[in-house]
Structures are given as structure tokens and as C-alpha cells.
Design a protein around this ligand. Structure first.
Ligand code: P6P
Length: 338
């Protein structure tokens, strides 16, 4: 008698079950999460076909931080905007690919309650060399009046005001990992049925690990305290793993433990990664999984004040014991006049 297979739980079933457990749920949030799943499936198809349908190559334009924009970036951005606009649950979107906020017109008489912040295809410089890329998203409830258009105040919020966040990893398999503040769950796309299926229930990050993830090429441009901490990781024979795709680098840490660092450098004195749609969502997930997410000046990422849409931050996030060690190095060496 073969072992009874666990029942497959699809993303839709999981979301609907979670809605039933929340007495105040109106179903709007459910529809929004399901739309993200749909957009992720569409983007996944194109990411997997990119080499074949020749939508690789640089589209020519550049995004807010000067990264060359790949055609797949544009495709992913358009698909998420399109899909999120159908449901009527979203009144506005902030995207790495758009300098300004995107106002989403009402659908029928619906009064959209949510705004979405996203990096539709993070790590896209890896597309041409077939290295995994990801989508990062965060969801806020709007602050402005539901009777009018979305406002900038709906986006310039602390990370602690997010109601959900997650990422999609387009890798050897495609995973959607998200949290609504009650733990983190992961869903693997089963192409044979076209559904995201629950594959990683209640993900908890190891408290320690022996991976550190940083662009070693910038070592000499980091502040002293960061260089000393990186030397410490090397002294302890930690393993350096850095793909240059934040979602992939952090996804490893979610399961194997470790620390991800993108310190400030002379080129990026306030850090390179964007606070609103990269750092906040990934910090939300990391904290929900039991990790810690700070800036390299030891401020909690989720508490940072945000003043501009594409504001950047340094970041040190991952296993809580490793971030605590990093903190000790910053406290010991950070005061030193460099
Ligand atoms: P660098 C990708 O462009 C990205 O935004 C993150 O996904 C990644 O962690 C980082 O930038 C890589 O930056 O300067 O090391 O190439």
C-alpha cells in the first residue's frame, strides 16, 4: 500500500482558506493575491521562453538607478500592471520601472483599497546568462480617500504598514513565497496543472548559518566596520555565495541560513537597493521567517522613514544570530574615524 500522498493545496485554495479565517475579510485581498499569482505564471512562461522568442537583449532605456532595462523587464512590468488593474482591488502601483506612481482607474463602482509596490523583474541583468531572477512585491492599504485617485502618501509609508509582501523566484523551479503577517509560506508552480502548490509551509529561517552574500568586488569601497565583519566571515570559513539577484541570494538564506549584505559604497553612499519595493518587502518576509533586517548603520529596515519613491538603503538581513554578530562589528568599528 503506497503512502497516502498529501493533498495538493493550491495557492488559490490556501488564500481562500486564509480569507475564511479572517472574519473581516471582504475578498478584495484574496482577489489581489490571486492576481499576483496569475501575473507570476504569465511572467514565468516568458522568462522560460526568453532565449527562444528572442526577447532578450537590452531594450535600450535605463531605469531609476541607471540599470540597462532588458526587454523582459518591460514585459514583466506591463503584465503585472495589466493583471493588477483588472481586478479593481488596486488603486495604484509603484514600480522600479516607472519613475512616477501608476494610477489605476476604478473598475465599475469598486473602491479599490490597496496599492502595490514592486520590482517586476529583479536581477534582470542575469537573464542573458540564464541565471535565476525574481519579482518582489509589497501591498499597503491605501491611506487617501477611496473617492479619489491614488496619492503619493499611499506609497511613502514605513515597512511596518505593509499588509503583505512576497517574492517570486524564477529558478530551476518557480516559487511564490509570501506572508500576510502570519508566517511565510512557499508555493511551487506545477507546470503540468498550471498551479502554484503549497510546498514550503510556515518557513522559518535558521538562526545561524555559514553563508554570507555580498559583492566582494566592492570590498575596498565598504566602510571599515563592514570590511572587518566580512573578514570575520572569511576567518570563520563561511561560504561566499552571491548571484547578483537579490531574490535568489535571499531565498537561499531563508532555507540554509546566512546573511545578505548590500552596504553603502562611494558609488552608492545611501546603498543601492530600493527601500520601498526591494528592502521593505524582503525585510517583511525575513522578519516573518524569524530573521533580522537592518541597515548597515543598524536601523531596523521596517521602521525607516521614506521620502521619495526610489529612495535607497544599505541592507544587512538574514539569520538573527549572524546579524547580531554583524551588529557587534559595526558597534566596535563603526565609531572609528576612517
Ligand atoms: P551589484 C539587481 O540589479 C539588484 O537590484 C539586486 O537584485 C542585486 O542584489 C543587486 O542589484 C546586485 O547589485 O552592484 O552587486 O551588481
Amino acid at each position: 500500500m503506497n503512502q497516502m500522498q498529501d493533498k495538493i493545496v493550491t495557492l488559490d485554495e490556501f488564500i481562500i482558506k486564509s480569507e475564511k479565517e479572517n472574519p473581516n475579510s471582504s475578498g478584495s485581498f484574496t482577489r489581489l493575491l490571486r492576481d499576483i499569482g496569475i501575473a507570476a505564471k504569465i511572467v514565468n512562461r516568458e522568462v522560460n521562453r526568453a532565449g527562444l522568442v528572442n526577447i532578450l537583449g537590452v531594450a535600450g532605456s535605463t531605469n531609476t538607478t541607471g540599470d540597462e532595462v532588458q526587454k523582459l523587464d518591460i514585459f514583466a512590468n506591463n503584465k503585472f500592471i495589466e493583471t493588477l488593474s483588472y481586478s479593481g482591488e488596486v488603486c495604484g502601483i509603484a514600480s522600479e520601472e516607472n519613475q512616477e506612481i501608476i494610477e489605476v482607474k476604478p473598475v465599475g463602482k469598486k473602491k479599490a483599497q490597496y496599492v502595490v509596490v514592486m520590482d517586476p523583474l529583479d536581477g534582470s541583468s542575469n537573464i542573458d546568462v540564464n541565471v535565476s531572477v525574481g519579482t518582489i512585491f509589497g501591498i499597503f492599504k491605501r491611506k487617501s480617500s477611496p473617492d479619489g485617485p491614488v496619492q503619493m502618501e499611499d506609497f511613502l509609508r514605513k515597512g511596518t504598514e505593509m499588509v503583505a509582501a512576497g517574492y517570486v523566484l524564477y529558478g530551476t523551479s518557480t516559487l511564490l513565497v509570501y506572508s500576510t503577517g502570519k508566517g511565510v509560506n512557499g508555493f511551487t508552480l506545477d507546470p503540468s496543472i498550471g498551479e502554484f502548490c503549497l510546498s514550503h509551509r510556515d518557513i522559518k529561517m535558521p538562526a545561524a548559518g555559514n553563508y554570507y552574500s555580498v559583492n566582494q568586488g566592492y570590498y575596498l569601497k565598504f566602510d571599515l566596520e563592514m570590511r572587518r565583519y566580512i573578514d570575520h566571515c572569511s576567518d570563520l570559513n563561511y561560504r561566499l555565495r552571491y548571484i547578483g539577484s537579490m531574490v535568489s541570494d535571499i531565498h537561499r538564506i531563508m532555507f540554509q541560513g546566512g546573511i545578505f549584505l548590500y552596504p553603502n559604497t562611494r558609488k552608492y553612499p545611501k546603498g543601492k537597493l530600493r527601500l520601498l519595493y526591494e528592502c521593505f518587502p524582503m525585510a517583511y518576509i525575513i522578519e516573518q521567517a524569524g530573521g533580522t533586517a537592518l541597515t548597515c548603520k543598524l536601523e531596523r529596515i521596517m521602521d525607516l522613514e521614506i521620502f521619495t519613491l526610489h529612495q535607497t538603503s544599505s541592507i544587512a538581513m538574514g539569520s538573527k544570530d549572524m546579524v547580531r554578530d554583524m551588529k557587534e562589528f559595526v558597534e566596535r568599528y563603526g565609531a572609528v574615524i576612517q
